[in-house]
Write a protein that binds this ligand. Structure first.
Ligand SMILES: Cc1ncc(COP(=O)(O)O)c(C=O)c1O
Length: 486
């Protein structure tokens, strides 16, 4: 495969598909859009032969690294293999072609699926009820924060404006809390990289609305004192929020509801058979304990007799947080996955995910420092700090040449030169061994020569990219890309 990237605008103009002249009247765009949004500097677009277009996009697709092409141990992202059969199920015309405005009697199957998935997730998480509307984990967090606000408000307890968040938390946690108007206060990690209960107690007072906790935390460690954390937060009048992005470690075995959590979100696009990353779509359903059910967003699917319907009648609800009922295709895949595996299968998922992580951890711990004491849960965080600043990035680039996707790097922030490795349950022992061997060789080369991989990656479609520049000044259109090159 020739990987060379050519902007489609650099392909010589030729003859593409010709649909003939339109026999519909010209549309005056000004009737539909404000003048300032109408651009006349966009055309004319050059015709490109159909075969060239197909080759262009096929080449682009082959340049992409995905979980279907190789090992992808991107910590906190659960890049596991997602059974293709579930894509087939979601693509069944009865699901894929259903119109969001379909009348209730024409959508009974879809409504039943939503109703039952809500019950499954409630059972898996030990919660009273769920909303399936949120479109992502971070969206679920925001919904959870709005629910927290509504709960305290309904009790006239309006002075609670502080959200406590451990210093190892995922960045979306403080961002979501801020979006909902809370002041964020960090809770320190202990020497064992768990929540420091002493520090937490110092920060609990009548201003605290709640605490957001990821369990296992972002170091892949189970919060052993979670029951004490829950009691302390509740005694202070706060609610406890569970960031369920790491549910793959617990599914079928331990439930946030039983740990004392009042609200939780689940990333269906991690644990439940939708690929994570690549821009979605995903789904971040939010579950709540009984005292919060009335505040859940609308609509919810309810059942009267044998009939399912969308229920908007919820006076205390925080309102509608997304169009319609959520990302339905993602819900179908989660439903199919849960029904295929059943309770015993889900228990095997978490068992194998934790076993794989501990197997790899034991191998990696022979040549890199690993944060926290074993055992870990579904992931672990190694550190290359002893090889100096920037070494984690060098390891990443070298891994690409070895055929592996790099782990999550420089996160969590509390570990210097962090490499967060999550193998997931769907990888074989051979793959884990090959990854550990590649990592060991890279580390050994770097310890002999810090510049050993300065030019890496050499075997990828693109060399080292300006990652900061790409984030700060993204080129979002082909037209801009063309302009930039001229
Ligand atoms: C621990 C944790 N919390 C929250 C999120 C946010 O989820 P999403 O990317 O679906 O918004 C992630 C995402 O990877 C995560 O790892």
């Amino acid at each position: 495969m020739n990987y060379e990237y050519r902007n489609i605008f650099e392909i010589p103009c030729g003859r593409g598909f010709d649909a003939g002249a339109a026999d519909t009247p010209d549309v005056d765009l000004g009737e539909f859009y404000p003048e300032e949004f109408i651009r006349d500097d966009l055309g004319p677009l050059c015709d490109v032969a159909e075969a060239e277009v197909v080759r262009h996009y096929t080449r682009l697709a082959a340049m992409n690294f995905g979980v279907d092409t190789g090992f992808y141990p991107l910590g906190s992202c659960t890049m596991k293999y997602n059974p293709k059969v579930n894509e087939e199920v979601a693509n069944l015309p009865g699901f894929a072609a259903i119109h969001p405005y379909a009348a209730g009697q024409d959508a009974q199957g879809a409504l039943k699926l939503i109703f039952e998935l809500e019950r499954y997730l409630a059972e898996i998480c030990g919660m009273e009820a769920f909303t399936l509307c949120p479109a992502a984990g971070a969206h679920g967090e925001l919904v959870g924060m709005l629910l927290t606000r509504a709960y305290h408000g309904s009790r006239g307890d309006d002075g609670r404006n502080v959200m406590l968040i451990p210093d190892s938390a995922h960045g979306t946690n403080p961002a979501s809390a801020r979006m909902a108007g809370f002041d964020v206060v960090a809770v320190a990690s202990s020497d064992e990289w768990l929540i420091d209960l002493g520090d937490l107690k110092k920060k609990l007072d009548e201003r605290v609305a709640g605490m957001m906790v990821t369990n296992p935390n972002t170091l892949g460690l189970f919060e052993l004192e979670i029951l004490d954390v829950a009691k302390a937060v509740h005694d202070a009048g706060g609610l406890l929020y569970f960031d369920g992005a790491n549910l793959n470690a617990l599914v079928g075995r331990a439930r946030p509801g039983d740990m004392g959590f009042d609200i939780c979100h689940v990333n269906l696009h991690k644990t439940f058979s939708t690929p994570h990353g690549g821009g979605g779509p995903g789904a971040g359903p939010v579950g709540v304990a009984e005292r919060l059910v009335d505040f859940l967003p609308v609509p919810r699917v309810a059942k009267e007799g044998e009939e399912y319907f969308l229920d908007y009648d919820a006076p205390a609800s925080i309102g509608q947080i997304r169009s319609f009922v959520g990302n339905f295709g993602v819900l179908v895949k989660a439903y199919a996955y849960i029904r295929q595996l059943g309770a015993a299968g889900l228990r095997e998922v978490s068992a194998a995910a934790v076993l794989n992580a501990n197997y790899l951890r034991a191998k990696v711990a022979k040549f890199l420092e690993v944060a926290g004491t074993a055992p870990c849960m579904h992931e672990f965080v190694a550190s290359s700090a002893k090889f100096g600043r920037g070494s984690a990035g060098e390891i990443d680039k070298a891994l690409i040449d070895a055929g592996f996707h790099p782990p999550t790097t420089y996160f969590p922030l509390v570990v210097h030169e962090a490499l967060m490795i999550e193998p997931t349950e769907t990888e074989t022992k051979e793959t884990l061994d090959a990854f550990a061997a590649a990592l060991e060789k890279i580390v050994s080369d770097l310890s002999a020569d810090a510049n050993a991989y300065k030019g890496a990656p050499l075997r990828a479609p693109v060399r080292r990219l300006d990652e900061a520049g790409a984030a700060r000044e993204p080129i979002l259109t082909q037209m801009m890309a063309k302009g930039a090159g001229e």
